[in-house]
Ligand binder design. Structure first.
Ligand code: 5GP
Ligand code: ZN
Length: 114
């Protein structure tokens, strides 16, 4: 989608630090990290967010979970533990309207999620 930051990153119109990618998804370092490891995972296909994701797309559902595991492995946070966050809409604090998961780790994030 033209104008979408993550679509522009996917099209290499904007730079990013790629952590993992395959034919379905891309994972990049967050530009404003909230933890020692902060990676954003998003599908190559544009969805505004969680609520318009196509559940019929089983392959993509699996690819997103697979990418979370791969990111945890390559960044070395699998063993220590990590947190996965998705923000949807205004109250969720979503700022980029292209479905994405945050993967945060590399430190004890505590029990609070916000
Ligand atoms: P949201 O608030 O929508 O859940 O998360 C959007 C995330 O994208 C934020 O953590 C923000 O720092 C990150 N972000 C926004 N623009 C860019 C960018 O151009 N490059 C990268 N790598 N991350 C970005
Ligand atoms: Zn997009």
């Amino acid at each position: 989608m033209s104008g979408c930051i993550f679509c522009r990153i996917l099209n290499k119109e904007l730079p990013s630090t790629v952590v993992y990618e395959d034919e379905n998804v891309m994972a990049i370092k967050d530009i404003k990290p909230q933890a020692p490891v902060h990676v954003i995972i998003f599908p190559r296909k544009h969805f505004t967010g969680m609520m318009d994701f196509d559940l019929q797309d089983k392959a993509l559902s699996i690819a997103l979970i697979n990418a979370i595991q791969k990111v945890a492995e390559v960044t070395g946070i699998a063993e220590g533990g990590f947190r996965v966050i998705n923000n949807w809409g205004k109250n969720g604090g979503q700022t980029v309207p292209h479905l994405h998961y945050h993967v945060l780790g590399g430190a004890d994030l505590g029990e609070k999620i916000v």
